[in-house]
Ligand binder design. Structure first.
Ligand code: R2B
Ligand code: URA
Length: 314
């Protein structure tokens, strides 16, 4: 069995098999199911009218925490001057599911993904099926997050133009039925440039483009010296960080390889914008005040809002 090949052989973005009319999913089993219930989102094809609820979605924004995503949705609602129907307000659309929180601001949904590749994987499977069931037209997926910077000061905004795994190649290795299935961690090059183009020298912060290293852990997996365990020395850590930097890595975080591999597999336009909250060449601990960290984390959202407004022409 060739697990790397799509199950319905449908790689075209213009022509798709009856099993995957949107092209976002490639799973012949889904079309044969009586109902597809997206368990972690608390939404189903029988219980909800997904095309009516989400058919207008153009931007799917994912980020770490529920609060940040709620605030982002409020901010974007205002930025795109979208008016919610009278008597309604932003609310978590995942209902009783209680794993992720999702807010809808007009054509934008903002959903939190938790920490790490396994958590974002579950969410993305369900979001990709959601845009498929809802028949969304060309939705753009963007991850907004925090990261450790490599040679850039805290507060720098980093737009990813590629993702490296722990073997330093541009793949995410999926473990499926006991097999290792590598899939490319490709992001949309045009989107990265479009996001960079909305940054301005008058922003008061720098925005850079570069490669992202995706780790499965915050401490030893990112070469930190301050975890509960550490069997290496400062010199070993610096050698590794310098080697990453020489490969073009500008930041380190924990969801990019899964995000890039799944969105690319779905044929979706996708990008990642993160705020660096520490320069790892100077240290490991994150000691900035809540206010400073809050302000830094608003920076990617500012670029995102400008990009979306430009796309919507508002
Ligand atoms: C960035 O920040 C989190 C760890 O603190 C993790 O989700 C990530 O990618
Ligand atoms: N998130 C990470 O994964 N690493 C950092 O250093 C900071 C935020």
């Amino acid at each position: 069995m060739d697990l790397a090949s799509p199950s319905c052989g449908c790689m075209s973005t213009t022509e798709h098999s009856p099993e995957c009319p949107t092209g976002f999913i490639r799973n012949p089993h889904i079309a044969r199911m009586d109902e597809d219930f997206l368990y972690h989102l608390g939404l189903g094809t029988k219980t909800h009218n997904l095309p009516e609820m989400f058919g207008d979605v153009k931007f799917v924004i994912v980020g770490g925490t529920p609060k940040r995503m709620e605030n982002l949705a409020k901010y974007l609602l205002n930025e795109i001057k979208h008016k919610l129907p009278v008597g309604t307000q932003l609310s978590d659309l995942t209902g009783a599911a209680d794993r992720y929180s999702m807010y809808k601001a007009g054509p934008i949904i903002c959903v939190n993904h938790g920490m790490g590749n396994p958590s974002i994987s579950i969410l993305l499977h369900e979001l990709i099926k959601l845009v498929h069931h809802a028949k969304c037209k060309n939705p753009v997926f963007i991850r907004l997050g925090t990261c450790g910077g490599l040679g850039v000061p805290g507060g720098t905004v980093v737009i990813s133009d590629g993702v490296l795994n722990d073997k330093l190649n541009g793949e995410h290795e999926f473990k499926i039925l006991g097999n290792v299935v590598p899939r490319p961690t490709k992001l949309d090059a045009n989107l990265a440039q479009e996001l960079k183009a909305v940054a301005s020298p008058s922003d008061g912060f720098q925005t850079v483009i570069g490669k992202t290293y995706c780790a499965d852990d915050f401490y030893e997996g990112q070469g930190r010296l301050d975890g509960a365990f550490c069997d290496y020395q400062e010199a070993d850590k610096m050698r590794w960080l310098n080697m990453l930097q020489q490969r073009g890595v500008v930041n380190i975080e924990m969801e990019s390889s899964m995000f890039a591999a799944l969105t690319h597999n779905a044929g979706l336009k996708a990008g990642i914008i993160c705020a660096a909250i520490v320069n790892r060449l100077n240290g490991d601990q994150i000691t900035e005040t809540k206010e400073t960290l809050g302000e830094w984390q608003e920076r990617p959202a500012k670029l995102l809002a400008r990009y979306i407004r430009r796309q919507l022409g508002v």
